[in-house]
Design a protein around this ligand. Structure first.
Ligand SMILES: [Zn+2]
Length: 376
């Protein structure tokens, strides 16, 4: 039955891709970001190449990322919203095409961004969308996709240190060194979720590729994760910020669908079943409340929430999670028929159709699924 469903998914992907290409004709030509712009579309084609080995997808990925490289502006540093995204994605595509010189040039430009990232007195935040964790992701991404020494350990260590120092400083200021040794804020708010908050930052620090010292993981990162765990609502969902106690949002950006990835990594790193238990409870609340009227995308839509089930499936091998991912995929197969709100960038990777296609394509090989611009 699963194979028949996969066939159906593959046909729908072709159909949605056509709609997306048509829709993109009126998209903002200057938005180069991964989040809402052309790098996100390029990343989708890179994914389609990964699952199908069809070289025309790789060529298309190159075409899309090329137009972004002309628009870089040096204003932001992250993979999702800044220059690091286009540079990292272009480096990987050129590497696949065996254009080694072009690939190296992109990596060199990516590394030039580190100066502003590691300085402590700039106004750079630490969260994933606009901050240091979003630059760290770009470095780890090229090391995973191109090879372990593409970015040297020294650079990664400097970025990690900047993130740790920033977190220790705020924790001290807020007198929370005992309870939450690494504390972060964005726009004066201590967000909890994956996009702007603590969970996204801790998740990056837990990545084996970040090579954070195990003592630091157990003395600073682990108690901070436990602090977030204790903020959980009775429902199993999590608040969007430490000062907000309304149990409303079940999105990847705010709520359990983002936190679950941190919990799964914590379980892998610390080998403690309490993290697995919490991750499983995230799975329950997302199953109950995760079909969203906000749309089908991955930031605050059904496809992003469905990645929870793929991640829990990869971890536990329980068919229940694959079933749940398929049920959420069925919702995405009926794209546009639920009266959902239409996002500002309806064809983009994080808000719109490209994200839903990315999720559907991951269902054709669930073992190797990967939340884009986040999971490694
Ligand atoms: Zn969102």
């Amino acid at each position: 039955a699963f194979e028949a469903f996969q066939k159906k998914v593959q046909n729908k992907i072709k159909d949605l891709l056509q709609q997306m290409e048509e829709g993109l004709k009126t998209a903002d030509p200057h938005d180069f970001s991964t989040y809402t712009g052309w790098t996100g579309i390029s990343l989708l084609y890179l994914q389609l190449h990964r699952v199908s080995y069809d070289s025309s997808h790789l060529q298309r990925a190159l075409d899309y990322v090329k137009r972004t490289l002309r628009n870089l502006n040096g204003r932001r540093i992250t993979f999702l919203c800044g220059d690091a995204g286009p540079l990292a994605v272009a480096a990987v595509i050129h590497h696949h095409l065996k254009n080694q010189a072009e690939s190296k040039e992109c990596v060199a430009k990516l590394l030039q961004l580190q100066r502003s990232v590691i300085s402590q007195d700039t106004e750079i935040p630490d969260e994933l969308l606009y901050g240091r964790a979003g630059y760290l992701y770009a470095l780890l991404y090229v090391n995973k996709e191109i090879g372990p020494d593409t970015v040297d350990d020294g650079t990664i260590a400097k970025v990690v240190t900047a993130i740790l120092e920033s977190g220790k400083n705020l924790s001290k200021e807020e007198k929370k060194t005992e309870r939450c040794p690494l504390l972060y804020e964005w726009h004066k708010k201590q967000y909890v979720g994956a996009a702007h908050g603590l969970a996204g930052i801790y998740y990056m620090l837990l990545q084996p590729l970040a090579k954070v010292n195990p003592d630091i993981l157990s003395e600073l990162v682990r108690p901070s994760i436990d602090y977030v765990r204790h903020k959980r609502f009775r429902s199993g969902n999590y608040p969007s910020s430490l000062s907000n106690d309304t149990d409303r949002l079940v999105h990847w950006c705010h709520g359990a669908p983002g936190i679950v990835h941190m919990l799964i990594m914590a379980h892998k790193v610390f080998k403690d079943d309490k993290y697995l238990k919490d991750a499983v409870e995230c799975g329950e609340v997302i199953w109950q409340r995760g079909l969203l009227r906000k749309g089908y995308g991955i930031c605050h839509g059904t496809a992003g929430n469905a990645y929870t089930f793929l991640s829990l499936y990869k971890l536990t091998q329980e068919p229940k999670y694959l079933y749940r991912a398929c049920k959420f995929a069925e919702w995405c197969l009926d794209y546009g028929t639920h009266g959902c709100r239409i996002p500002d960038r309806p064809y983009s990777l994080f808000e719109g159709m490209a994200g839903a296609i990315h999720f559907l394509s991951d269902l054709t090989h669930p073992e190797a699924s990967c939340f884009p611009a986040f999971e490694l």
